[in-house]
Design a protein around this ligand. Structure first.
Ligand SMILES: O=C(CO)COP(=O)(O)O
Length: 214
C-alpha cells in the first residue's frame, strides 16, 4: 500500500513529519511519502523522505508569474505531484496539461477526484494513479472506507474500465491502520491522508499505527 501524507497548509513542522515518514518507511513494506507546501519541498526532500508536490501548473518555462513549474518542483527533490486536489481544483484541460507537464519533468502523478464519474475522466488522462476523495468527508476523521465504501469500489471499477494501468488511491478521514486495511479490501492500492498525521501530537506514532497491520 502507498501512504501519501498531504501536509496542506497545516501548521506542522514539515521536516519533523518528513523525518517520521522516512523512519517509518524503513520499518514497513508499505511505501510512504509526504507532500509539503511548495516552499518546503527542498528541506523535506533533504531528509530522505519520498517527497511529493501538492500541485503543479500546466505550464512550461516562461512568463507565468506566481505559478508552479513542474521542473522546479523536480529540482527541489520532489518525485511526484498531486493534481486537482479538492482544495486546488483545475479545469479538465488544465489537469491534462498539468499531467503532461509533470510527466515531462519526470514526476509521478496522482489526479484527485470527488467521485467515480470524475475518476473515470481522470484515468482517461493517463496519470500514474487517481485518488477518490469525497470532499464532505475530508478532515472529518470519518474514513471514506467506512462511511462510503461503495464510492471506493465504484472508483476502482471506473478507473479499471478506462485504463487498468492506473492505480486507485482513496482518501478522506483515514487515520488508522484499520482504515488503510479497509481501503485495501475495497480495491484501493493506497491512501491519501492529511489531518491524521499533520495534526497528530506524535506523527511517528500516527504513521506507525497506519502501517502496523500491513
Ligand atoms: O484531503 C485529504 C488528503 O489530500 C484528506 O484529508 P484528511 O485526511 O484530513 O481527511
Amino acid at each position: 500500500m502507498f501512504v501519501l501524507v498531504n501536509l496542506k497548509t497545516y501548521p506542522c513542522d514539515p521536516v519533523a513529519v518528513a523525518e517520521a515518514v522516512r523512519d517509518v518507511d524503513e520499518s514497513t513494506d508499505a511505501r510512504l511519502a509526504v507532500a509539503p507546501q511548495a516552499t518546503h519541498l527542498e528541506r523535506v526532500a533533504d531528509t530522505g523522505a519520498e517527497t511529493w508536490a501538492q500541485h503543479v501548473d500546466p505550464i512550461d518555462h516562461g512568463s507565468n508569474t506566481g505559478q508552479t513549474l513542474a521542473e522546479s518542483v523536480a529540482d527541489a527533490g520532489a518525485v511526484g505531484t498531486l493534481l486537482n486536489h479538492s482544495e486546488r481544483r483545475l479545469k479538465l484541460a488544465d489537469i491534462d496539461g498539468a499531467v503532461r507537464a509533470a510527466e515531462h519533468a519526470g514526476l509521478e502523478t496522482v489526479v484527485c477526484a470527488n467521485n467515480p464519474a470524475q475518476i473515470g475522466a481522470a484515468a482517461a488522462l493517463g496519470p500514474d494513479a487517481v485518488a477518490v476523495e469525497p470532499p464532505e468527508l475530508i478532515g472529518t476523521g470519518t474514513p471514506v472506507s467506512q462511511a462510503d465504501p461503495d464510492i471506493v469500489e465504484d472508483a476502482v471499477d471506473a478507473a479499471q474500465h478506462v485504463d487498468r494501468d492506473v492505480s486507485v488511491l482513496c482518501g478522506a478521514g483515514i487515520s488508522t491502520g484499520d482504515d488503510v486495511v479497509a481501503a485495501g479490501d475495497l480495491g484501493s492500492e493506497g491512501v491519501l491522508l492529511a489531518s491524521g498525521v499533520a495534526k497528530a501530537d506524535d506523527p511517528t506514532a500516527a504513521l506507525e499505527d497506519l502501517v502496523e497491520p500491513l
